[in-house]
Design a protein around this ligand. Structure first.
Ligand code: GUN
Length: 294
């Protein structure tokens, strides 16, 4: 492989080390330990793995975590009542409702009912609006992870053409909103000021557009969708996909073939996924600081 590896494990460990120090300083100053409350409904095995990873990561950086497990048949009212209870619990800094919810539950009113000051996923319309206006109180976890992995590997974003394939509310849309700002609150102006194109399932001449990308971000959810002929030689390629296939985990990028064309590439696993959890820890500390008036 010709491309350099953008190593999510290494960058994640580096950032978690920094967060651990900031958590310790916060605890020393306020006597309060920030806490992430995760809500897991039903028995989806992938969601259970994600939640366990989040709990372990909290422990590593000195955050408290609590898990609220609800049965698959939980009603909308019961779930909303739990969110209300967590909103009003002063010991809870951040609330995360693990998605996807079982089919009979309506996600939007649940996410809208989380107090924006505890919204560590950055899904509430207030927080989405603040990100879009370039004055975030939280940064959405996966997009922030993408920016961190590029910035900390020395990939300049300013002035570059970033093509994002995928327009999801969790990744594509918020990442585009962050990259067009004049500065990144965490990484500065070199990690912002991009020219951004967002492509999606109705985009015409997709490969023609992706081939113009200096930085190509794949967030589609289709295994190995991005092939070598879709990538400009020398581009940086960020793979946000985590797909479960018969051959194990695989990203949205054909890693081996694209690795021969790109200058740098993130692996799956061990790439952006690691950063998502880490940026959630960062948001939990931010939530505790906001609630302490810091
Ligand atoms: N399910 C998959 N990714 C996420 C995420 O980032 N946040 C939540 N709440 N659920 C998810």
């Amino acid at each position: 492989m010709k491309a350099a590896l953008l190593d999510g494990k290494k960058i994640s460990a580096e950032i978690q080390g920094e967060i651990k120090q900031h958590v310790a300083a916060f605890v020393e100053k306020t006597g309060k330990q920030p806490c992430l409350a995760a809500v897991l409904i039903g028995e989806d095995p992938a969601s259970a793995v994600y939640v366990r990873n989040k709990e372990r990561a909290c422990e590593r950086v000195g955050l408290r975590s609590e898990l609220h497990r609800l049965p698959a048949e939980t009603t909308q009212e019961q779930l909303m009542a739990l969110v209300d209870q967590l909103n009003n619990d002063p010991a809870v800094s951040g609330i995360l409702v693990q998605l996807p919810l079982p089919g009979h539950l309506d996600q939007t009113p649940v996410l809208d009912s989380i107090n924006p000051i505890k919204d560590v996923d950055c899904f509430h319309p207030t927080n989405v609006g603040l990100v879009s206006q370039g004055r975030p109180q939280f940064m959405p976890c996966t997009p922030h992870g993408v920016i961190q992995i590029l910035h900390r590997n020395g990939v300049e974003i300013s002035g570059k053409h970033v093509v994002i394939v995928g327009r999801s509310e969790i990744v594509g849309k918020p990442l585009a909103a962050m990259l067009v700002q004049k500065t990144s609150p965490s990484c500065g102006p070199t990690a912002a000021n991009a020219t951004v194109t967002v492509c999606h399932s109705r985009t015409q001449n997709l490969a023609e557009i992706t081939r113009t990308a200096d930085i190509l971000v794949a967030a589609i959810g289709v295994p190995k969708f991005i092939t070598a002929d879709m990538v400009k030689p020398g581009a940086a390629v960020v793979d946000v996909g985590i797909n479960r296939t018969d051959d194990g985990l695989c990203g949205d990028v054909d890693f081996d073939a694209v690795g021969e064309v790109a200058s740098s590439i993130t692996p799956v696993p061990g790439g952006v996924g690691r950063l998502t959890v880490t940026m959630l820890l960062d948001n939990t500390l931010t939530a505790a600081k906001l609630q302490a008036g810091e």
